[in-house]
Design a protein around this ligand. Sequence first.
Ligand SMILES: [Zn+2]
Ligand SMILES: [Zn+2]
Length: 218
Amino acid sequence: MDKLHKFYCTQEWRGLSYNSKIAAGGKCNRCGHIAGKMSELIGHHKIELTEDNVDDPNISLNPENVEVICQQCHNKEHRRFGNKKNVYIVYGSPLSGKTTLVKEIMRQGDIVLDLDAIWQAVTLQEGYNKPNNVRFNVFKLRDELLQQIKTRYGNWYDAYIIGGYPDKYERERLAKSLGAELIYCESTKEECIQRLEDSDKPDRWLEYINDWWDKYNG
Ligand SMILES: [Zn+2]
Ligand SMILES: [Zn+2]
């Protein structure tokens, strides 16, 4: 699985997936659903990717093998069996594309723990406005969800935890305590800064990016 996750992090795949979505006119090839955002669509491999064929670009990076479908249709395509609850920690620099990556590899019925999303859920503020006075409520909700993931509480399939986790020691300890697999959302500092410039995020994100790379210890 790790090898497949690595593939989904590559610039090559992300570029191909994005271009396929543009070429499809932002529309699901199966049901015709028109996506409000490109991230609602998924680049699905017609010949399913496996550990054995992922290194073959004629399969993994062949536009002919990529079908653009919505999450609902994708969910029908990959039926889920069994209830082995896998837990993944998706880490990397701010703006390395962690959320985009999770949207590509997750299925309906998985749970996602994303601190930014919890902020938005309880404050109804736009993405990057985080009123400091409610931080303890937000953190407590995160801890509650972490506990549910740790104890495999409920009927979810897999869980994804999205975070920066630049410190190797800290994230390995977390992974161990949760029985989780680590997925590095690979990027360079320059790429992240470039994405910031192309986005509408406030300038203080440059600080977040610099901070992460200062702390990152491999
Ligand atoms: Zn669809
Ligand atoms: Zn698929």
